[in-house]
Design a protein around this ligand. Structure first.
Ligand code: ATP
Length: 321
């Protein structure tokens, strides 16, 4: 398990992580999502016990990353964004070498075991430089598994892989998630939606949302865009809907009108239905538009940027986590 409380990290005058809190549960894959510079790598490096935080607390596998970093390192497997592999070594030789550095017993057996686990048993004697990028990434993952860690921290493991390699690695991460606490970062939202039981969305050093992808989707659907179809010309209907206090914006789209509610807590549908009926029109369709994680992510990160630009505005649109 990973528990993070009010974690802060400064690099000189840059505040990379601004007091974040979240948890990652055992037996689950938790996705760590965010645009470039959101603070994902910084947080992950703190969680591996290699980078001290400026403030707050992180408990990994029951140990404090700052106070008990050696205990944490024994229990965490880390796949950094670029793994420093020794290209002239064989996959097996490299893993035996890493096992020795980490003080793992039965080095050869363990190295063979993790190679099998990442489906590279047949390439044990290939030099790393002759392996494809996807295979090298799996050697990196094998290295993270050598010491039987309870927790796996994987920093953008699928970046730069071809589509088949991506699918294979995602399957492997999903499988590892059943027996480990997995935290993996990505900026590919559909990837998080496919693999993760839970996601933490980070933006500019803050957690802007967390929960199961389906929970986040229903939060946004509650206060998300709504589609309306009415038995009247759109140019007559539009000003009526636009005039409702529950509506921020409405626009014509094909045969229907798409409505953006005044804020995320407001469901504008009852007000729209009443207004249409009062006018004597027939309400043909009134439903939330399906949202995907991409839209949630954009919505949340844009809200944060807008709040930063206008700090005096109330943050009623915020989806607090
Ligand atoms: P990416 O997806 O681009 O890797 P990220 O979400 O992992 O981004 P971080 O690498 O943690 O983000 O960076 C967070 C912020 O901290 C950025 O503004 C970055 O420029 C800054 N930063 C990261 N490492 C350092 C460092 N060693 N010294 C100074 N600033 C740093």
């Amino acid at each position: 398990m990973i528990e993070v409380h009010d974690l802060v990290k400064h690099y000189g005058s840059t505040i990379a992580v601004k007091g974040i809190s979240f948890t990652a549960q055992p037996g689950q894959v938790t996705g760590f999502l965010g645009p470039n510079g959101a603070g994902k790598t910084t947080t992950m490096r703190i969680l591996t016990g290699f980078l001290p935080p400026t403030g707050g607390q992180a408990i990994v596998a029951g140990y404090d990353v700052f106070e008990q970093s050696m205990e944490v390192r024994k229990r965490v497997g880390y796949l950094p964004e670029s793994v420093p592999l020794y290209r002239d070594m064989t996959a097996l030789g490299y893993l035996m070498y890493m096992a020795e550095i980490r003080g793992v017993a039965n080095r050869k057996q363990k190295a063979q075991e993790v190679l099998e686990r990442v489906q590279l048993g047949k390439r044990a004697h290939s030099r790393i430089r002759t392996l494809s990028k996807g295979m090298r990434q799996r050697v990196g993952l094998a290295q993270a598994l050598l010491h039987d860690p309870q927790v796996l921290i994987l920093d953008e493991p699928t970046i730069g892989l071809d589509p088949i390699q991506v699918l294979e690695l995602r399957d492997l991460i999903r499988e590892l998630g059943r027996s480990h606490t997995v935290l993996f970062s990505t900026h590919i939202l559909s990837e998080a939606e496919q693999i993760c039981n839970s996601v933490v969305i980070l933006n500019q050093g803050n957690v802007v949302a967390q929960g199961a992808p389906s929970e986040l989707r229903s939060t946004l659907e509650r206060g998300g865009r709504v589609m309306v179809r009415v038995s009247a010309p759109s140019d007559a209907v539009l000003p009526i809907i636009q005039g409702l206090p529950e509506v921020a914006r409405a626009e014509v789209s094909a045969e229907s009108i798409v409505v953006l509610p005044a804020n995320l807590e407001t469901d504008p549908r009852p007000a729209i239905a009443r207004a249409v009926i009062e006018k004597g029109w027939d309400l043909i369709e009134l439903r939330p538009l399906a949202v995907n994680l991409e839209e949630i992510f954009l919505e949340l990160t844009q809200q944060e940027s807008a709040a930063e630009e206008a700090p005096a505005q109330p943050t009623e649109n915020e989806v607090a986590s």
